[in-house]
Design a protein around this ligand. Structure first.
Ligand SMILES: O=C1O[C@H](COP(=O)(O)O)[C@@H](O)[C@H](O)[C@H]1O
Length: 346
C-alpha cells in the first residue's frame, strides 16, 4: 500500500516549502519526495477534512518580517494557493484545525500569542480572536518571555496551549464564533519548557513534553474544572548525557500503550511504556540516524514511524512492533530538506 505524508520544512537552505513523501508499506520504503506547496518556513501544517492545507508561512517585506498562514486546496498537485493571512511580526510555530467549530488555531512562539481564525466555506480564513501571553521562565534564552508552542484540542473540545517560555499550560474555552476565554493555568516546574502535549481520552491522562528540561510530565486532566494536576515527571534522555538536548515532538499510540518523544541533541526517539495506572517508564532509545529530529509521526496502522532530522536533511523509517513498542530502523538517509513536521495525509 502507498501512504502519503506531508512534510513541513524550514526554507533557510535548499527547501522550497511543503513536500509530499510516499511510504510503500510492502517494500518498507520512503520514496518520491515532491514539492507540493511553495511557502516560507512552513514549519507546521495541518490538512482539513475538506482537503485544505493550512501551513505556517513567513515572508519579509521592506526588510520587515511578516508571518502567519498560507491556505492551499490540496486536491491537485501541486497544491493551489487559496489564501494568505499574514501580519507584521514573526510566524507561528503550530497550527491545527477544529473541524467541529470550523476554526483554525495557531501558537506563535516568538510573538507570545494564540490566534483563532474562522474557516469560510471556500477554506479561506478570518481572524476572530487573539490571546497575548505574558511572563517568562528562569532561562535567559528560550524562556526570556512567553513562547506558546502548541495550541490544540483537549478531549472535551477546549483548547490547551503549551507555553514553553513561561512554563505554563493554559486551558481555554472557545465559542462557536471563535472567541477565547481562559479556564485554567497549570504551572510546570521552573525551566520545564512545555512544548507539546498528548492525551489518553479514555483516562484523561495527559503527557507533556518539556523541551528545555528534556522531561515528560504525566498530568491528570479534570474535565469538570478544565484543569491539570501533576502525577509524575521523568527524563527523556540518560542522566549521563551532559551536552545540549531539547525534547521536541511527543506522539501516543491509539491503543494508549506507548509514547514516543524525539530528542534533539541526544538524537534519538525515546520509547515510554504506559503502565496500567497511566504512569510511564522509559524503556528504549532508538537512534534518529541524523541530527535534530524535530518531528515524527505514525503511518495509518502505526506499524511504521517516519522521522525527520532538521540539520542533516534526512528522514528515517522505522518499523514498530505494536506489542513491545520496539522500533527497528528499516531505512535511513532518505533526503528531506530541513524537515520539521510530519503529517499523514487523509
Ligand atoms: O522547537 C523549537 O521551536 C521554536 C519555534 O520555532 P520557530 O520556527 O517559530 O522559530 C524555535 O525557535 C526553537 O529554537 C526550537 O527549539
Amino acid at each position: 500500500m502507498i501512504e502519503k505524508l506531508l512534510i513541513g520544512t524550514y526554507t533557510h537552505k535548499s527547501s522550497e516549502g511543503i513536500y509530499e513523501l510516499e511510504l510503500d508499506t510492502a517494500a518498507k520504503k520512503l520514496q518520491n519526495l515532491t514539492l507540493v506547496g511553495r511557502s516560507g518556513n512552513p514549519t507546521y501544517l495541518v490538512q482539513s477534512k475538506a482537503n485544505k492545507v493550512y501551513a505556517i508561512d513567513a515572508e519579509s517585506a521592506d526588510g520587515k518580517k511578516i508571518g502567519g498562514l498560507k491556505a492551499f486546496d490540496a486536491s491537485s498537485r501541486p497544491f493551489t494557493e487559496i489564501d494568505k493571512y499574514l501580519a507584521n511580526g514573526t510566524s507561528p510555530a503550530y497550527v491545527t484545525v477544529d473541524e467541529a467549530r470550523q476554526l483554525v488555531y495557531t501558537a506563535n512562539y516568538h510573538m507570545g500569542v494564540v490566534t483563532v481564525y474562522k474557516i469560510a466555506a471556500d477554506g479561506t480564513l478570518t481572524q476572530t480572536d487573539q490571546a497575548q501571553h505574558t511572563g517568562k521562565g528562569p532561562l535567559p534564552e528560550q524562556a526570556d518571555g512567553p513562547h506558546p508552542h502548541f495550541a490544540d484540542l483537549t478531549p472535551d473540545n477546549r483548547i490547551v496551549v503549551c507555553d514553553l517560555g513561561n512554563d505554563t499550560v493554559y486551558v481555554y474555552d472557545v465559542s462557536a464564533t471563535g472567541k477565547l476565554s481562559e479556564v485554567s493555568r497549570f504551572s510546570c516546574e521552573a525551566g520545564f519548557g512545555p512544548r507539546h502535549i498528548v492525551f489518553n481520552p479514555e483516562t484523561d491522562k495527559a503527557y507533556l513534553a518539556g523541551e528545555l528540561s528534556s522531561k515528560v510530565s504525566v498530568l491528570d486532566y479534570d474535565r469538570k474544572s478544565g484543569s491539570f494536576s501533576l502525577s509524575q515527571t521523568i527524563k527523556t534522555i540518560p542522566d549521563s548525557w551532559t551536552e545540549h538536548n531539547g525534547a521536541a515532538a511527543i506522539r501516543i499510540t491509539s491503543d494508549h500503550k506507548y509514547i514516543y518523544v524525539s530528542n534533539r541533541g541526544f538524537n534519538s526517539l525515546a520509547t515510554l511504556a504506559i503502565q496500567a495506572d497511566g504512569s510511564v517508564q522509559l524503556i528504549d532509545q532508538t537512534p534518529a540516524e541524523g541530527d535534530f529530529p524535530r518531528d515524527f509521526n505514525f503511518n495509518s496502522d502505526e506499524s511504521f514511524i517516519i522521522l525527520v532530522n532538521q540539520n542533516t536533511d534526512n528522514a528515517t523509517l522505522y518499523s514498530r512492533d505494536a506489542a513491545s513498542g520496539k522500533l527497528t530502523t528499516v531505512q535511513k538517509d532518505v533526503t528531506v530538506p530541513e524537515g520539521v513536521c510530519v503529517k499523514l495525509e487523509y
